[in-house]
Design a binder for this molecule. Structure first.
Ligand code: GLN
Length: 483
């Protein structure tokens, strides 16, 4: 039962092969049995799951249908869930029970999805390895000595290990696509503004975007359908109709123009990943796609710009955690300043404190022009590069990451080495574009992903290309041994 995709579950439920309650019980038992090896969950929500499953079964018995009705999922632990701990992977929010549901959580619940729990993540979504969580590192099911990627490492490890078919995640600089690549999943970061950020605890508000992590493009289409849409509660949500993503999967790739940026194949890229990327290009050519070399000349400036903008926004967003209103408060403060300092010093982990310091510095008088303003200008140049490229091509293809998943601890003492691993993913966030990572092979037994980028609101095109690729390859069907 645990091997089924969301699409297979939807068919099984519609054909009455099993009930949502049976499936939910099976998966909850599997999580209890196997997750201690992975640490992919921060909280299990058994009671909620069983009541939602029973309600979904009753709705089906009454003649309702829907691809998510009775489908088990989990939420990254930065989506607010009413009455349930929403920790953001931090000691700061270890005791925080959200008073309301995030829009994404409410929409998926209304569609009948069943919440099995809240998944582990890098603290406040800062990281590329899922090692900065207050609840401990998450392990990669493909090799328990390796990281699963971050910051949505819990969602990725759980889905890859077949503990559940799909999960929500967020992507500020790659946190959906990079863990998808590291664990052999398909993950989609939508266009900025496509999915509501209301109730999604903010890291860097102009970059953050929620999206699906699943095993197939077909399942990403199903989950995105339940997440996307205009939300008046989010002032950056865009009032554009949501297309039928599942209906977009079957388009022909004949004549599709795929741009391959020459800057992607530079010295930092593992040559084995370069080869797998070229193999996926060949597979798409066989399906009728036409390859065009392109250039993204400002890509080299993207990492420094991102690591100014994201910490700057984070330093502002995280100022609300002051020991007064939310979460952790230190013991016996001497005065108000002591309360602020110790609550934040004791509640935030090292990486979060580093980002707050970098961000506050970049925003301070005298440095604002030199760092923050300069970074914003680079951001515009990165976007302009993409706009020029999309005049000539329909999608852009390249590796998702320069290296496969590294060993736990290998980069934790060198933050910059970890930042450099985001080189292929962060440009899409700076430009607000949609991006998808799909399984494309293995290096030393570890999965490798290929990234597709498309113009604004062309999530359907990304899903279409990935689905056609998956009909003709079997990388995405491989299962980690032991799971
Ligand atoms: N690794 C990047 C960072 O630490 C991206 C994380 C994310 O997408 N949430 O900022």
């Amino acid at each position: 039962m645990h091997h089924m995709t969301l699409a297979e579950i939807a068919r099984g439920l519609a054909d009455k092969k099993f009930s949502s309650e049976e499936l939910t019980q099976t998966l909850l038992a599997r999580i209890v049995q196997l997750d201690p090896q992975l640490n992919s969950f921060i909280s299990l929500t058994e009671e909620l799951a069983l009541s939602q499953a029973k309600a979904a079964d009753a709705r089906r018995a009454n003649g309702e249908s829907g691809a998510l009705l009775g489908a088990p999922i989990a939420h990254k632990d930065l989506f607010c869930t009413q009455g349930i701990r929403t920790s953001c992977g931090s000691k700061m929010l270890d005791n925080f029970k959200a008073p309301y549901d995030a829009t994404v959580v409410a929409k998926l619940a209304a569609a009948g999805a069943v919440t099995l729990g809240k998944t582990n993540m890098d603290e406040f979504a800062m990281g590329s390895a899922n090692e900065s969580s207050y609840y401990g590192a998450v392990k990669n099911p493909w090799n328990l000595e390796h990281v699963p990627g971050g910051s949505s490492g819990g969602s990725a490890a759980a889905v890859a290990a077949r503990l559940l078919p799909a999960a929500t995640a967020t992507d500020t600089g790659g946190s959906i696509r990079q863990p998808a690549a590291f664990t052999n999943l398909t993950g989609l970061k939508p266009t900025y503004g496509r999915v509501s950020r209301w109730g999604m605890i903010a890291y860097a508000s102009s970059l953050d975007q929620g999206g699906p992590l699943a095993r197939t493009a077909e399942d990403c289409a199903i989950l995105l359908q339940g997440m996307a849409g205009f939300d008046p509660n989010d002032s950056t949500s865009i009032d554009e109709p949501v297309p039928d993503y599942s209906a977009s999967l079957n388009g022909s790739l004949q004549g599709l123009r795929i741009g391959v940026p020459k800057e992607y194949f530079s010295a930092g890229l593992d040559p084995r990943i370069a080869e797998l990327t070229h193999n996926s290009i060949k597979a798409l050519e066989k399906l009728g796609a036409v390859i065009k070399p392109i250039s993204l000349p400002n890509m080299q400036h993207a990492i420094p710009a991102y690591y100014v903008i994201a910490p700057a926004e984070a330093s502002s967003n995280l100022s609300r955690f002051d020991g007064v209103r939310f979460g952790y408060r230190c013991e016996n403060p001497d005065n108000l300043m002591d309360l602020y300092k110790r609550s934040r010093g004791e509640g935030f982990g090292a990486e979060v404190q580093r980002r707050i310091m970098v961000g506050a510095y970049a925003l301070s008088a005298g440095y604002y022009d030199a760092y923050y303003l300069k970074a914003q200008k680079i951001r515009r140049l990165v976007k302009n590069d993409f706009m020029a490229a999309f005049n000539e091509v329909d999608i852009i293809l390249g590796p998702t990451t320069p290296n496969p998943a590294w060993k736990l601890g290998a980069k934790s003492s060198d933050p910059v080495a970890e930042y450099l691993e985001d080189v292929y993913t962060i440009t899409a966030n700076l430009a607000g574009l949609p991006g998808l990572s799909m399984p494309a092979g293995f290096v030393d037994g570890l999965p490798v992903g290929v990234q597709l980028l498309a113009p604004y609101f062309q999530e359907g095109r990304l899903l279409n290309v990935a689905h056609q690729y998956q009909l003709n390859t079997d990388w995405h069907t491989r299962t980690p041994t032991g799971f």
